[in-house]
Ligand binder design. Structure first.
Ligand code: B4P
Length: 182
């Protein structure tokens, strides 16, 4: 089974939902940059306050900060892993390549969860997290289309990308993901 996995997709596609599912079945290390950033916010550190100010507006946190968090969590880990919500910019993707080359852990597969904007907005409004208000969601989608969507071609050109439609039940999508992991 492929065990070094990236989940790519727009906000609300269900990256976090599917990641939870998969790691509980396969025992992979789950690194969600969103969760790690929210944990820092919850800890109430001054860094957490700076992060909160960005997240609540739907902005991306700086590449350097997110990279430092991922590096800290991946280094020294020997088994499989699932990166969920990272990378989100070409810059992050290139830095990840460098890091993975250093630790000799190449990506096995990139799973792109695709869903149209209307359904994404509907799901996120139902979730109702602090950054799930319609104007903020629309801003997050704009950032996704301009900064994150270029990663689709980036990973396609490396023959790593598999697209899965994120429509349907959580179980159906999980089954389609399992099939491509082998
Ligand atoms: P994330 O925490 O990554 O969250 P997300 O993209 O909004 O959601 P996800 O796709 O994981 O959807 P979920 O499963 O929850 O990012 C939040 C913020 O953190 C970013 O805006 C940014 O500020 C910052 N950040 C994170 N990573 C960063 C990085 N690398 N660089 C810079 N900044 C970064 O599902 C959404 C909802 O849909 C849930 O309510 C779920 O229950 C529901 N759902 C899931 N699957 C469904 C299905 N099949 N049918 C119906 N509903 C479904």
């Amino acid at each position: 089974m492929k065990e070094r996995i990236l989940f790519l997709g727009p906000p609300g596609a269900g990256k976090g939902t599917q990641a939870q599912n998969l790691v509980s079945k396969c025992g992979l290390l789950h690194l969600s940059t969103g969760d790690l950033l929210r944990a820092e916010v919850k800890a109430g550190t001054s860094l957490g306050q700076q992060i909160a100010a960005l997240m609540v507006k739907g902005e991306l946190v700086s590449d350097d900060l997110v990279l430092a968090i991922v590096k800290h969590n991946l280094e020294g880990h020997t088994g499989g892993w699932l990166l969920d919500g990272f990378p989100r910019t070409i810059n992050q993707a290139k830095a990840l390549d460098t890091l993975l080359a250093e630790i000799h852990q190449p990506i096995d597969i990139v799973i792109f969860l695709s869903l149209n904007d209307d359904l994404l907005i509907e799901r996120l409004l139902n979730r109702g997290r602090a950054d799930d208000h319609e104007t903020i969601i629309r801003h997050r989608l704009e950032i996704y289309h301009s900064q994150t969507a270029p990663l689709i071609d980036f990973y396609k050109s490396k023959n790593l990308l598999v697209a899965i439609e994120a429509k349907g039940t959580v179980d159906d999508i999980a089954m389609n993901i399992s099939k491509v992991l082998g």
